[in-house]
Write a protein that binds this ligand. Structure first.
Ligand SMILES: Nc1ncnc2c1ncn2[C@@H]1O[C@H](COP(=O)(O)OP(=O)(O)OP(=O)(O)O)[C@@H](O)[C@H]1O
Ligand SMILES: [Mg+2]
Length: 348
């Protein structure tokens, strides 16, 4: 006869797609009964009574249970959590982290974030990864920009290049030995559009963390999409992020959106390690003067406003775009890139 433990084990494989946590850990399974004929019945306590995901959860729960030997029927009724229970779920400091593959050992997770798009997150993520790799660190890049991935292009990694193994998904490896995972490595061609809704994006990010064979890493860098999207929140809540490197440009507006992003980090309790003011100035090769093309720097005030005293100014360098477009970002080196490493020695 099927046991309660078997039922709970099976149901812990069913996830609330929005919260990214399983039904058992969320405490959603109530009044479980198993009859001697193998009929399993329980109440599924929803976080919100009209939860749009309820049909999917019901279907998933039913199918994992029906797959258990000895189960003849499954009856699920819906209930709702109390206000206090719901509050506990939404305000709990951090959900239980999805278990990392047992072969993985990741020392530090650093996410690269910005308020606005196009300020250079992916570029900063990549050059930072390269510099770490040149310092003999073991580095991974998790491209959490699921619908607008750019990591493979910067490194010249071919589409469709990810492979699976018994133990998990094998990351692509760059020339410098950086391990990278991105949706662009899953789709057959670089320009194939990934039109996914929120829950799929959330699920993919979790899989990139949990099901990829990262192995032993000193640092895993997470390249986020711009702003405070679902993806950014998923990363902050379900990965053990040690800190965030915030990328901005000198424009004032960029400062405002960065402060918004920083306010989200405060809510999820993730520290800002430092700010990169990208495209901060243009160094004149002849005179050595620094022209502030996008206006005067605000990096110092901005850093202070978001609670860090570490910042780096990166110059406008046409070679960055050139190398990035050619898939050769690994060839970009320089003192200014080395200074990025200081940010990682932040508070944690
Ligand atoms: N310091 C720099 N000097 C010159 N060009 C740069 C610099 N940094 C980034 N760029 C260029 O700016 C463009 C945007 O950069 P990137 O893709 O890294 O930004 P992003 O913040 O990741 O964008 P998205 O929000 O779309 O993910 C790219 O063409 C890149 O080559
Ligand atoms: Mg990007």
């Amino acid at each position: 006869m099927v046991t309660e433990k078997q039922v709970y084990d099976a149901l812990s494989k069913v996830f609330d797609p929005e919260l990214g946590r399983n039904l058992v850990e969320l405490g959603m399974i109530r009044e479980l009964k198993i009859t001697s004929e193998g009929k399993v019945s329980f109440t599924l306590a929803l976080t919100i009574p009209g939860c749009p995901m309820k049909t999917q959860m019901e279907r998933d729960a039913r199918s994992v249970l029906m797959a258990l030997p000895g189960v003849t029927d499954v009856a699920i009724t819906f209930g709702a959590m109390s206000d206090a229970e719901r509050k506990a779920i939404f305000t709990s400091a951090k959900p239980e982290l999805p278990k990392l593959n047992k072969f993985n050992q990741v020392e530090k997770v650093v996410a690269v974030m910005s308020g606005k798009g196009g300020v250079g997150k992916s570029t900063v993520t990549s050059v930072l990864a390269c510099e770490l790799a040149r310092q003999n660190k073991k580095v991974g890049i998790l491209d959490a920009d699921i619908t607008g991935p750019s990591i493979p292009k910067l490194f010249g990694l071919p589409s469709g290049g990810l492979r699976g193994s018994e133990q998990g998904i094998l990351p692509a490896v760059t020339r410098l030995g950086i391990r990278a995972v991105s949706t662009n490595l899953l789709v057959p061609t670089e320009d194939a559009a990934v039109i996914w809704r929120g829950p799929m994006i959330t699920g993919t990010i979790q899989q990139f963390w949990r099901d990829v064979l990262w192995g032993k890493l000193d640092v895993l860098l997470v390249d986020l999409p711009p702003g405070t999207s679902d993806a950014a929140l998923t990363v902050m809540q379900t990965l053990p992020v040690n800190g965030v490197v915030m990328v901005s440009t000198p424009q004032q507006l960029a400062g405002l959106v960065v402060r918004k992003a920083a306010s989200m980090l405060k809510q999820v309790n993730v520290p800002v390690l430092g700010v990169v003011e990208n495209m901060s100035f243009y160094p004149c090769a002849e005179s050595g003067a620094q022209h502030e093309i996008f206006g005067p720097s605000h990096v110092e005030e901005l850093a202070a406003a978001i609670g860090t005293d570490r910042w780096v100014r990166l110059p406008i360098n046409p070679r960055v775009t050139e190398l990035g477009d050619a898939g050769k970002i690994e060839d970009y080196q320089g003192e200014e890139v080395k200074s990025l490493l200081d940010l990682l020695d932040g508070r944690k």
